[in-house]
Design a protein around this ligand. Sequence first.
Ligand code: SF4
Length: 236
Amino acid sequence: MTTATPDTTPQAGATTREAPASNALLLHACCGPCSITPVLALRDAGLEPTLYFFNPNVHPLTEYLRRREGLGNVAARLGVPVLFADEDDASAAYPAQWLAAVAALGPPKSQTNAQTGAGSMADMAARCPLCYALRLNATARAARRLGFRRYSTTLLYSKYQRHEDILAAGQQACQGACLAGARPDVSFHYQDFRPGWSEGIRLSKEWGIYRQQYCGCLLSEHDRYHKDLQRAIFPG
Ligand code: SF4
Protein backbone atom coordinates (compact mmCIF):
# COMPACT_ATOMS: atom_id res chain seq x y z
CA MET A 1 0.00 0.00 0.00
CA THR A 2 1.20 3.49 -0.82
CA THR A 3 1.31 5.76 2.20
CA ALA A 4 0.87 9.47 1.72
CA THR A 5 3.58 11.86 2.79
CA PRO A 6 1.78 13.60 5.64
CA ASP A 7 1.42 17.35 5.71
CA THR A 8 2.62 18.20 9.21
CA THR A 9 0.36 21.26 9.38
CA PRO A 10 -3.27 20.13 9.76
CA GLN A 11 -5.65 22.22 7.68
CA ALA A 12 -9.38 22.29 7.29
CA GLY A 13 -10.64 19.35 5.23
CA ALA A 14 -11.57 20.28 1.72
CA THR A 15 -15.23 20.10 0.80
CA THR A 16 -16.70 19.42 -2.60
CA ARG A 17 -20.07 19.69 -4.30
CA GLU A 18 -18.74 19.42 -7.84
CA ALA A 19 -19.88 16.60 -10.11
CA PRO A 20 -17.91 13.48 -9.10
CA ALA A 21 -15.36 12.03 -11.52
CA SER A 22 -16.01 8.62 -13.06
CA ASN A 23 -13.65 6.98 -10.53
CA ALA A 24 -15.10 8.82 -7.55
CA LEU A 25 -16.42 6.92 -4.54
CA LEU A 26 -18.43 8.17 -1.55
CA LEU A 27 -16.81 6.61 1.51
CA HIS A 28 -18.90 6.43 4.65
CA ALA A 29 -16.48 7.29 7.47
CA CYS A 30 -17.11 6.22 11.06
CA CYS A 31 -14.13 8.17 12.46
CA GLY A 32 -10.68 9.51 11.64
CA PRO A 33 -8.40 6.57 12.54
CA CYS A 34 -10.53 4.04 10.62
CA SER A 35 -10.49 6.26 7.50
CA ILE A 36 -6.74 6.40 6.91
CA THR A 37 -6.14 2.91 5.52
CA PRO A 38 -9.33 2.82 3.37
CA VAL A 39 -8.49 6.15 1.71
CA LEU A 40 -4.95 5.00 0.92
CA ALA A 41 -6.10 1.57 -0.29
CA LEU A 42 -8.82 3.03 -2.51
CA ARG A 43 -6.35 5.43 -4.06
CA ASP A 44 -4.02 2.51 -4.72
CA ALA A 45 -6.96 0.87 -6.52
CA GLY A 46 -7.37 3.94 -8.76
CA LEU A 47 -10.42 5.36 -7.01
CA GLU A 48 -10.98 8.87 -5.64
CA PRO A 49 -12.75 8.72 -2.27
CA THR A 50 -14.79 11.51 -0.73
CA LEU A 51 -15.42 11.00 2.99
CA TYR A 52 -19.00 11.09 4.26
CA PHE A 53 -19.66 11.42 8.00
CA PHE A 54 -23.08 10.14 9.02
CA ASN A 55 -23.06 8.48 12.43
CA PRO A 56 -26.13 9.10 14.64
CA ASN A 57 -25.02 5.95 16.50
CA VAL A 58 -22.23 7.85 18.28
CA HIS A 59 -23.19 8.96 21.80
CA PRO A 60 -22.93 11.25 23.67
CA LEU A 61 -22.64 14.41 21.59
CA THR A 62 -19.23 15.26 23.07
CA GLU A 63 -17.90 11.94 21.72
CA TYR A 64 -19.57 12.60 18.37
CA LEU A 65 -17.80 15.96 18.19
CA ARG A 66 -14.39 14.42 18.96
CA ARG A 67 -14.78 11.86 16.19
CA ARG A 68 -16.08 14.49 13.79
CA GLU A 69 -13.04 16.67 14.47
CA GLY A 70 -10.72 13.67 14.15
CA LEU A 71 -12.12 12.89 10.74
CA GLY A 72 -11.61 16.49 9.65
CA ASN A 73 -7.97 16.25 10.73
CA VAL A 74 -7.46 13.03 8.77
CA ALA A 75 -9.10 14.58 5.72
CA ALA A 76 -6.69 17.51 5.93
CA ARG A 77 -3.69 15.22 6.34
CA LEU A 78 -4.65 13.14 3.31
CA GLY A 79 -6.02 16.00 1.22
CA VAL A 80 -9.31 14.20 0.71
CA PRO A 81 -12.72 15.93 0.46
CA VAL A 82 -15.08 15.39 3.38
CA LEU A 83 -18.83 15.90 3.66
CA PHE A 84 -20.58 16.11 7.03
CA ALA A 85 -24.21 15.03 6.85
CA ASP A 86 -25.07 17.23 9.84
CA GLU A 87 -24.26 20.32 7.78
CA ASP A 88 -27.23 19.53 5.53
CA ASP A 89 -29.46 18.10 8.26
CA ALA A 90 -28.65 18.71 11.93
CA SER A 91 -30.68 15.63 12.94
CA ALA A 92 -27.78 13.53 11.61
CA ALA A 93 -25.97 14.36 14.86
CA TYR A 94 -28.86 13.34 17.11
CA PRO A 95 -29.37 9.78 18.38
CA ALA A 96 -33.05 9.65 17.38
CA GLN A 97 -32.44 7.91 14.05
CA TRP A 98 -30.29 5.24 15.69
CA LEU A 99 -32.84 4.71 18.48
CA ALA A 100 -35.59 4.32 15.88
CA ALA A 101 -33.48 1.81 13.93
CA VAL A 102 -32.99 -0.51 16.91
CA ALA A 103 -36.23 0.19 18.77
CA ALA A 104 -38.00 -2.89 17.41
CA LEU A 105 -35.52 -5.09 19.30
CA GLY A 106 -36.93 -3.91 22.59
CA PRO A 107 -35.05 -2.78 25.69
CA PRO A 108 -31.86 -4.56 26.76
CA LYS A 109 -32.57 -7.59 28.94
CA SER A 110 -29.25 -7.18 30.72
CA GLN A 111 -27.49 -4.04 31.88
CA THR A 112 -24.20 -5.75 32.62
CA ASN A 113 -23.54 -8.32 29.91
CA ALA A 114 -24.40 -7.90 26.25
CA GLN A 115 -24.12 -11.64 25.71
CA THR A 116 -27.11 -12.43 27.92
CA GLY A 117 -29.61 -10.27 26.08
CA ALA A 118 -30.00 -12.51 23.02
CA GLY A 119 -32.38 -11.03 20.47
CA SER A 120 -32.77 -7.79 22.36
CA MET A 121 -31.15 -4.40 21.95
CA ALA A 122 -28.27 -5.65 24.11
CA ASP A 123 -27.44 -8.36 21.58
CA MET A 124 -24.83 -7.05 19.15
CA ALA A 125 -25.68 -9.78 16.62
CA ALA A 126 -29.17 -8.29 16.42
CA ARG A 127 -28.34 -4.64 17.00
CA CYS A 128 -25.28 -3.95 14.86
CA PRO A 129 -26.71 -5.02 11.46
CA LEU A 130 -29.52 -2.50 11.98
CA CYS A 131 -26.94 0.16 12.79
CA TYR A 132 -24.95 -0.69 9.66
CA ALA A 133 -28.11 -0.54 7.53
CA LEU A 134 -29.04 2.88 8.93
CA ARG A 135 -25.67 4.37 8.04
CA LEU A 136 -25.19 2.65 4.69
CA ASN A 137 -28.72 3.36 3.50
CA ALA A 138 -28.06 7.04 4.15
CA THR A 139 -24.71 6.82 2.36
CA ALA A 140 -26.26 5.12 -0.67
CA ARG A 141 -28.97 7.79 -0.87
CA ALA A 142 -26.35 10.54 -0.60
CA ALA A 143 -24.21 8.89 -3.27
CA ARG A 144 -27.13 8.76 -5.65
CA ARG A 145 -28.19 12.33 -4.87
CA LEU A 146 -24.65 13.68 -5.35
CA GLY A 147 -23.94 11.73 -8.52
CA PHE A 148 -21.48 9.14 -7.22
CA ARG A 149 -21.58 5.77 -8.96
CA ARG A 150 -20.26 3.81 -5.99
CA TYR A 151 -19.97 4.00 -2.24
CA SER A 152 -18.27 2.05 0.50
CA THR A 153 -17.53 2.28 4.22
CA THR A 154 -14.59 2.46 6.59
CA LEU A 155 -16.40 -0.08 8.76
CA LEU A 156 -14.73 -2.68 6.50
CA TYR A 157 -11.41 -1.68 8.08
CA SER A 158 -12.27 -2.72 11.62
CA LYS A 159 -11.32 -6.10 13.05
CA TYR A 160 -13.99 -5.61 15.69
CA GLN A 161 -17.00 -5.06 13.43
CA ARG A 162 -19.17 -7.79 11.92
CA HIS A 163 -17.61 -7.88 8.46
CA GLU A 164 -20.16 -10.13 6.72
CA ASP A 165 -23.06 -8.12 8.10
CA ILE A 166 -21.49 -4.90 6.80
CA LEU A 167 -21.14 -6.44 3.34
CA ALA A 168 -24.78 -7.54 3.36
CA ALA A 169 -25.99 -4.13 4.52
CA GLY A 170 -23.89 -2.35 1.90
CA GLN A 171 -25.20 -4.50 -0.93
CA GLN A 172 -28.80 -4.09 0.18
CA ALA A 173 -28.48 -0.34 0.61
CA CYS A 174 -27.99 0.37 -3.09
CA GLN A 175 -31.27 -1.39 -3.88
CA GLY A 176 -33.11 0.78 -1.39
CA ALA A 177 -31.51 3.94 -2.72
CA CYS A 178 -32.73 3.37 -6.28
CA LEU A 179 -36.21 3.68 -7.62
CA ALA A 180 -38.21 0.48 -7.41
CA GLY A 181 -37.77 -1.52 -10.58
CA ALA A 182 -35.09 0.77 -11.94
CA ARG A 183 -31.59 -0.39 -12.73
CA PRO A 184 -29.38 0.50 -9.76
CA ASP A 185 -27.22 3.50 -10.67
CA VAL A 186 -25.06 3.25 -7.57
CA SER A 187 -23.25 0.17 -6.36
CA PHE A 188 -21.56 -0.92 -3.17
CA HIS A 189 -17.79 -1.23 -3.52
CA TYR A 190 -16.52 -4.06 -1.35
CA GLN A 191 -12.90 -4.03 -0.29
CA ASP A 192 -11.34 -5.71 2.72
CA PHE A 193 -9.30 -2.96 4.37
CA ARG A 194 -8.27 -5.05 7.38
CA PRO A 195 -4.80 -5.97 6.01
CA GLY A 196 -3.86 -2.29 6.60
CA TRP A 197 -4.97 -2.41 10.24
CA SER A 198 -1.55 -1.86 11.84
CA GLU A 199 -0.50 0.89 9.44
CA GLY A 200 -3.73 2.79 10.10
CA ILE A 201 -3.11 2.64 13.84
CA ARG A 202 0.49 3.71 13.42
CA LEU A 203 -0.39 6.76 11.33
CA SER A 204 -3.29 7.81 13.54
CA LYS A 205 -0.96 7.82 16.56
CA GLU A 206 1.81 9.59 14.69
CA TRP A 207 -0.65 12.29 13.56
CA GLY A 208 -2.27 12.64 16.99
CA ILE A 209 -5.76 11.75 15.76
CA TYR A 210 -8.39 11.18 18.44
CA ARG A 211 -8.80 7.43 19.03
CA GLN A 212 -12.08 6.33 20.59
CA GLN A 213 -12.37 3.70 23.32
CA TYR A 214 -15.71 2.16 22.33
CA CYS A 215 -17.70 1.48 19.17
CA GLY A 216 -20.16 4.34 19.42
CA CYS A 217 -23.61 3.76 20.93
CA LEU A 218 -24.40 4.11 24.60
CA LEU A 219 -24.73 0.33 24.87
CA SER A 220 -21.24 -0.25 23.49
CA GLU A 221 -19.91 2.33 25.94
CA HIS A 222 -21.54 0.36 28.75
CA ASP A 223 -20.03 -2.89 27.45
CA ARG A 224 -16.60 -1.21 27.39
CA TYR A 225 -16.73 0.00 30.99
CA HIS A 226 -19.12 -2.35 32.79
CA LYS A 227 -16.22 -4.04 34.57
CA ASP A 228 -15.48 -0.70 36.24
CA LEU A 229 -19.05 -0.69 37.51
CA GLN A 230 -18.67 -4.23 38.79
CA ARG A 231 -15.53 -3.26 40.68
CA ALA A 232 -17.38 -0.28 42.18
CA ILE A 233 -20.28 -2.47 43.29
CA PHE A 234 -18.12 -5.36 44.46
CA PRO A 235 -14.78 -3.84 45.57
CA GLY A 236 -11.94 -6.23 46.35
S1 SF4 B 1 -21.96 -1.50 18.94
FE1 SF4 B 1 -21.31 -0.12 17.25
S2 SF4 B 1 -22.12 -1.06 15.34
FE2 SF4 B 1 -23.19 -1.98 17.10
S3 SF4 B 1 -25.06 -0.74 17.36
FE3 SF4 B 1 -23.50 0.15 18.73
S4 SF4 B 1 -22.51 1.76 17.52
FE4 SF4 B 1 -23.64 0.45 16.07
